[in-house]
Write a new protein. Sequence first.
Lengths: 507, 397
Amino acid sequence: MASFVIRRLIASVFVLLAATFLMYNLVAFSDDPLEDLRLSNAPNKEQLIEARIKLLRLDVIPPLRYFLWLGDVLRGDFGVSVQGRDVNVLLQQALGSTIQLVTIATIVAIILGLIVGITTALRQYSGYDYSVTFISFLFFSLPVFWVAVLLKQFVAIGFNDFLEDDPQLPVWLIAVLTILGGLLWASIIPGNLRRKTITFAVAAGATASMLVIMNLIDWFTYPGLSIIGVAIIGLGSAVGFTALITGLKNRRALYASLAVAGLGIVLYFPFQYGISYSITEWWMLAALAALTIAVSMGIGWFMGGVDKGPVMRVAAFTGFITAGAIALDRFMMVWDDYASSGRIRGRPIATIGSSTPNLEGSLWVQGVDIYTHLLLPTMAIILISFATYTRYSRASLLEVMNQDYIRTARAKGLAERTVVVRHAFRNALIPIATIVAFDIGGIVGGAVITETVFGWTGMGQLFINGLRAVDPNPVMAFFVVVGGLAILFNLVADLVYASLDPRIRVN
Amino acid sequence: MSNLNAPVPSGAVTDAENNIANKEVEGLSQGQIVRRRFLRHRGAVISMIVLAFIIILAFTAVGFDFAVFGMAIKTAGWWQWSWSDIPTPVDGGRPTLSLLPEWLGGAGITVGPHPFGQDEIGRDIFAVVMRGTQQSVVIMVVVGLIATTIGTVIGAVAGYYRGWVDSVLMRFTDVIITIPLIVIGAVLGLAFGRLGAFVLAIIIGLFTWTGLARLVRAEVLSLREREFVDAARVAGASDRRIIFKHILPNAIGVIIVNTTLLMAAAILLETALSFLGYGVQSPDTSLGKIISENQAAFATRPWLFWWPGLFIIAIALCINFIGDGLRDAFDPRQRRMPSARALAKGTGGGLDRAAVQVTTRGAGMQGEGGGLRGFDADDPRPRGGGYDAARDPKKDS
């Protein structure tokens, strides 16, 4: 195993060296780096050209200049850009900004893609499956820059217009959403016609009443979940996770998760009007999330009886979702202050940039600001990558559901839930895990167009601006990070596969 | 069966499964079986018709104009404007296409002089979009041809010879695969974009074969261990003959399916590059370039934005659906048995399916092999064509 990893790492270093050499020369030969100066009318044109040649060592031919660059990089110095700025600093800023942009989008896309892929595989050849297949092919075929303009027009500008004066959902929209909600649940939940009709009626009724209530309490001006919303989400997730992971017959898991949800509800008021004011840094929020999970698992451990593992898992998921709902409610509380503040002037959804300049406020206000800026690019990225994950997880689960051991599991009388969740789902995750590992390596470099359209100064901009100026240093800094991550995660994907699937031996 | 530790090659079909397949597809050639399965995929067939319509429309409406390495091909089209004409703007450049009949309050079903509208200076958007569609189609075909050829050859050679040839070729593939496509496209587009769509397509094709090479290599690695390859070798066939006449025809499914996906990706890549300004350059035009030039005008002239986008989506969507149909036709493994619950409940469709399944299974077990391979016949993975016919999704619904 160790020798395999070492051999692969050595091979990877050579691959990266070859790729950087190729890339460096492609960039250096792609155009004339002195073009803008040659065309300028500046009186000291000659001196400027001299200065730039000296700054970027243009007197050395590119294949040799690569080795000069490589020597600097091995000492941890990415050089300077055409404008004379330190590329290390540029890279740091760009990397931070891009990671902020792609992390949430990737996580949401993976979770959504998995859920939708699995439900479509379980309802293969249903109307739901066909619609999702069509939609994912459609998303697959969308050019991201085109979607971006549509999102800007309809989500940002349209929604801001909607918020402008006394936002109320029109009746036709409520009717459409009600029917869609009913159809969605009726097609996912199995059963005969009678049961499907009941599911449709319940889901449609719930959707309609929720939308009407939102209209009545001016939800779009003063959004929030309140303790009622938090309670519904907490108790619902307790029951839902228990039903999914252990089955409702496991009373210990049910009581443990209900206890966790109850604890969350009890802590609602102390948190919203006390503790939350003393949270001023992001790491505090992260620590609180970790604490929540630890406490939930502790409750699961105490109430778990003989089989503690699944109970702890159910409790941890419930605790995380409940705490997440409380935090979401806290963010929503400052929404009105944020939207009506002088910097925002009632048009909260931003179409460009990564934050509102000079915005002051608590951590919660900053959080809402990040949300409004992330919304559009995140939607664009999710739309594109969601399709891939849906298709992969659907294919993977279908492949597994056809295996002998699934039939054995059914034959020995296991409940369908156990067969799907314990036997099929876990095995279906193996190929998906490798795809996810591979994708994570690629996302940092994959958002070039999204960043350009939404004006994020991230890795994509570093690359594009560097290329425009025929300036290899920023382009190569971008490429070393992106290519290095791709190679690293390629290796990780192989190792993950080998460790998850005992049939594969790495040697 | 001799080596139980070896991963089952994805194309492997056991004797018993062959029997099931044979019952259902007796007297049909491999090509006919694949064609039948493909024609059953309704989405793929519709997509093929739509794509053919789009291609014919684009190439006849404004005529070709492609110059490659000094050779210029130019013909005239039947449409009254070409993409470089600048007629005077009429009615603010609004589209004259109308599909709403008069009795519904519309202007009647008419095409008018500028069905897709005009831009600020008066260019006819229909002609411009048709030209962009031509570019996309050319890029799609050229990239598909070049990338498939290179990828197949490299993958086949690496997988067949193994050893140091494999190592060298695969490390080379790794080097290319490390560079994100959009990055290499932008760098090369900057240098070659002004030479026109054809050259750009060749360049893109030279760098997009990597995924296919890996897949073909994996396929060849498993195929080269099969008996028919041994038989060919014993009969004295040369390496080249074994690769091209015996192994590659068996890997054709993987190759064709991935070529279609590659072609769809190539269209999106070209539009993205043109959008960033690294693709096709003025005075020529492409779908991505039209959107890039007009994205600020969305509020005032939305048709400048809708039409090119719709054509990009239509082409990519058609190609993706055709690819899906081909995958189903070549590799029906994703078909699934009726679930245990469907069998237990015995709902109408479920019972029928169970009955069909039992008969086809029985046929398999009674076939040659004296029941020895009965266990294999029980393999629920539906790989044979016969099984597939029994489980046709269109008949289920």
